[in-house]
Design a protein around this ligand. Structure first.
Ligand SMILES: [Cu+2]
Length: 350
C-alpha cells in the first residue's frame, strides 16, 4: 500500500511541475518573455544546486543504511587484499565523482545565462587534454596492477603443503571429495556416474579412489591457516563456486577443472564470535544461474583447527566402503565399470 502511495505522490509531483511550467509559459506571454526567462534561469540554477545537495545526501543515506548489512571481515588473506582493493577503488573514484559533480553543478549555477556576461568560447587546450588523460590513465593502471596481483594470488600454483579438495557442481547441490589417507584423488570418468552408488563416476580400478571421502551435502572442511586448493568441476551445466566470506568465486565448468587457492584465517567458531551470531556458517553459494533449483544450491565451509579436522576426517567412511560390502583397504573388487582409455583425470598435482 505504501509503495502505491509513494508512486502516486511521485506522479502528482511531476504533474504539478508540468502545470507550473505551463503556467509560467502563459505568464511569460503576459509579462514579457525576456524578464521571465531570466527569472526561470535563476530558479533553475538554484534548483540544480539543491539537486546536487539532495543527491549527495542520498548517497550518504544509502551508505549509512547498507554499511551494517555488509559481509563480515574477510576470512582469508586474499579476501582482505580484495577488500583493500575495493576500498582504494572507491576512494579514488569517489573523490573524482564528488569533484566532477560539484564542479558540474557549480558551473551550471555560476554561468547561467545572463545578459550582463558575454559568452566565452573555449575551443581546445592541449595542456588540459594532456592532464585529464594522463592522470586517469596512471590511476587506472595502478588499480589494474593491484587487481592483477590479487588475481595471481588466487590462481597461482598452490603451496606444496596445500590440502587438495575437489568441489563438483550438480543440479542442484555441491559434491565435495577429499583425497583420504593417501592424499591423492583417484581418477574418475563421467561415463561411470551412477547416482545410487558412484555419484562422481570414480574409477574403482584406481587404488587412489578407495579411500576418497565424499560429502554429498556439500560440506567443505578446511584447516585454519593452512592453504587449500579447490579443484572445481561440474557434472552437468555451468555452476560457480561462490565463497562470499572469502571474497572469491570461480566457475564450475563441465569437462574443465578450474582451481581456487586460498588460506582461511578465521575458524567458523571465531567467526561466530566476530559476527555475534551463534548460527553463523560460511557458505558456498552457486554464483551462476544454473536452473530452477539454483536458489537452493548451497554448501557450507567448516573452517577448523588441525586437531578438529583430523578428528572429523577419522570419523568419515570412504565413499567406496559406503557403497561396497568389502572393506575400503581390501583389494579393489572387479566392477562392471571397466576403465576407459580416455578417462578424465580429476587429479591435479602441484
Ligand atoms: Cu546455480
Amino acid at each position: 500500500m505504501s509503495v502505491f502511495i509513494i508512486i502516486t505522490l511521485i506522479i502528482l509531483v511531476f504533474i504539478i511541475i508540468y502545470q507550473i511550467g505551463k503556467a509560467s509559459e502563459h505568464s511569460a506571454v503576459l509579462r514579457g518573455g525576456e524578464k521571465v526567462k531570466a527569472q526561470t534561469n535563476n530558479i533553475m540554477a538554484v534548483l540544480l544546486l539543491v539537486v546536487f545537495a539532495l543527491g549527495m545526501w542520498g548517497i550518504w543515506f544509502c551508505h549509512s543504511i547498507f554499511v551494517d548489512r555488509m559481509l563480515p571481515v574477510a576470512a582469508c588473506r586474499t579476501g582482505v587484499n580484495y577488500d583493500n582493493m575495493f576500498y582504494y577503488t572507491i576512494v579514488v573514484t569517489g573523490i573524482v565523482f564528488f569533484a566532477t559533480q560539484a564542479v558540474l553543478f557549480w558551473f551550471c549555477y555560476k554561468y547561467r545565462a545572463s545578459e550582463n556576461r558575454p559568452s566565452f568560447f573555449f575551443a581546445h587546450s592541449n595542456k588540459l587534454e594532456l592532464i585529464w588523460t594522463t592522470i586517469p590513465a596512471i590511476a587506472m593502471a595502478i588499480l589494474v596492477a593491484i587487481g592483477l596481483r590479487n588475481w595471481y594470488d588466487v590462481t597461482a600454483p598452490a603451496p606444496a603443503d596445500a590440502t587438495i579438495v575437489e568441489v563438483v557442481g550438480k543440479q542442484f547441490n555441491w559434491i565435495v571429495r577429499y583425497p583420504g589417507k593417501d592424499n591423492e584423488l583417484g581418477k574418475r570418468d563421467f561415463r561411470s556416474i551412477n547416482d545410487a552408488t558412484n555419484i562422481l563416476g570414480m574409477d574403482w580400478t584406481d587404488p587412489h579412489n578407495m579411500d576418497d571421502i565424499i560429502s554429498q551435502s556439500g560440506e567443505l572442511h578446511v584447516v585454519v591457516n593452512k592453504p587449500v586448493k579447490l579443484l572445481i568441476c561440474s557434472r552437468d551445466v555451468i555452476h560457480d563456486v561462490g565463497l562470499p566470506h572469502f571474497r572469491m568465486k570461480m566457475d564450475a565448468v563441465p569437462g574443465i577443472t578450474t582451481t581456487l587457492c586460498f588460506t582461511p584465517t578465521i575458524t567458523t567458531d571465531s567467526m561466530k564470535l566476530i559476527t555475534k551470531n551463534p548460527d553463523f556458517v560460511y557458505e558456498i553459494a552457486c554464483d551462476q544461474l544454473c536452473g530452477k533449483g539454483h536458489y537452493a544450491m548451497r554448501g557450507t565451509v567448516v573452517v577448523q583447527s588441525q586437531a578438529d579436522y583430523d578428528k572429523w576426517l577419522a570419523s568419515q567412511q570412504s565413499y567406496y566402503a559406503m557403497n561396497h560390502s568389502a572393506p575400503a583397504d581390501a583389494k579393489p573388487a572387479a566392477t562392471t565399470e571397466a576403465p576407459k582409455a580416455d578417462t578424465v583425470k580429476a587429479v591435479t598435482k602441484n
